[in-house]
Design a protein around this ligand. Structure first.
Ligand SMILES: *Cc1c(COP(=O)(O)O)cnc(C)c1O
Length: 357
């Protein structure tokens, strides 16, 4: 039976990317050697790294005054790298869930944190809006897509202070005005690659704003100055990321993937809204295109385990909601085909017809 992969992360990658990755493990670029067994300083691997960097810039329209680097450690490492580099006295954070809470905790190790806005009062089911941004902070920090709660910023906010954004789970899923941000970073394992590499996009002026003496691996300048090659970079995840970026370009880039993502999410949210037995958990205007959360409607809660079993029998994988939200979460990342969403919708409708008189 065909599996429909709604995993939240690590998550679905395009078939062609996996095929090329498998080939490269056995015989990289016709070299007769595995990608996993060559020096990262070979011209062949440097070409992969340069290609990934260039495609990232091209696809996301990253202006020339920004640098891009790739580094190990995952997004959680950037939770402390950002304040280590840029928090001198005080930073502002918008608290939209688990990932910002963790980032706030790390930032407090380096200075004062002002929570500028929060949606914790309603279990992070919306994106705070219309808050004032203080001007006495070193930076404002946001998470643009809240993977666990299924909320997403729909606009790039204007900030009078440098804006730092965790885009782990919506990077390259929609157009972004990079010029509004001082730093954009994320783990690659949601939309781009297997786990093991993060991308960091940093505006040139920030490179002079590092506020303290830091270990080399923590300082953003190290990675910019050495072109992601200060130490051994995560070779395999970078290779796969480059393949994903090539795939994204081949299908028409960010505009086309955004169109597809809007179509996929629209189909599923419409089904949730039509249904008598399911309901969405997020304020409609803040609904994520990537992580679609829903629960059983009041009065139908006891059907949840039966729906989970039914969905599994139809090939649905990874739709169990995070324990903090409950219910279901269908992650519809870039590589998820429309057919998978259509199959999930059909499965929800069939279950509803069979269980509700
Ligand atoms: C998954 C995720 C993280 C954590 O990433 P790691 O690479 O596991 O550290 C951080 N932020 C967001 C938005 C995520 O989705």
């Amino acid at each position: 039976m065909k599996k429909h992969n709604f995993n939240a992360g690590p998550s679905i990658l395009p078939d062609v990317v996996l095929e090329n990755a498998a080939k490269a493990i056995l015989n990289f670029d016709g070299s007769g050697l595995s990608l996993l067994s060559i020096s990262h300083r070979t011209p062949e691997f440097e070409a992969v790294l340069n290609s990934a960097r260039n495609l990232f810039r091209e696809l996301l329209n990253i202006p020339d005054n920004y640098q891009i680097f790739f580094v190990g450690g995952g997004a959680s490492t950037q939770f402390f790298h950002m304040p280590a580099n840029f928090l001198g006295k005080k930073a502002g954070y918008v608290n939209t869930g688990v990932w910002t809470k963790k980032a706030i905790k790390e930032a407090k190790l380096f200075g004062e944190v002002e929570v500028v806005a929060s949606s914790e009062d309603k279990n992070f089911s919306y994106i705070p809006k219309g808050f004032d941004i203080p001007t006495d902070i070193d930076y404002l920090y946001i998470c643009t897509n809240n993977t666990i709660y299924g909320t997403e910023y729909k606009n790039d906010i204007d900030s009078p202070v440098p804006l730092i954004a965790d885009m782990s789970s919506d990077i390259l899923s929609r157009p972004v005005d990079v010029s509004k941000y001082a730093v954009i970073y994320g783990g690659a394992q949601k939309n781009l690659a297997p786990a093991g590499v993060s991308f960091v996009i940093v505006r040139d002026d920030m490179l002079q704003k590092v506020v303290r003496t830091l270990p080399a691996m923590v300082n953003v300048n190290t990675h910019v100055d050495n072109g992601s090659m200060y130490n051994t970079p995560p070779v395999f995840p970078i290779y796969v990321m480059n393949e994903t970026l090539k795939w994204l370009k081949s299908i028409g880039g960010v505009d086309e993937i955004y169109r597809r993502n809007v179509e996929k999410a629209g189909l599923l949210y419409d089904a949730i809204d039509r249904s008598k037995i399911f309901r969405g958990t997020v304020a409609k205007e803040d609904r994520s295109l990537m992580n679609i959360c829903f629960v059983m409607e009041e009065g139908y809660e006891e059907l949840a385990p039966a729906f989970m079993e039914f969905a599994k029998s139809k090939g649905m994988v990874g739709i169990k909601g995070h324990r903090l939200v409950g219910g279901f979460r269908a992650s519809c990342y870039n590589a998820l085909p429309l057919e998978s969403v259509q199959a999930l919708v059909a499965c929800m409708e069939e279950f509803e017809a069979a269980n509700v008189k």
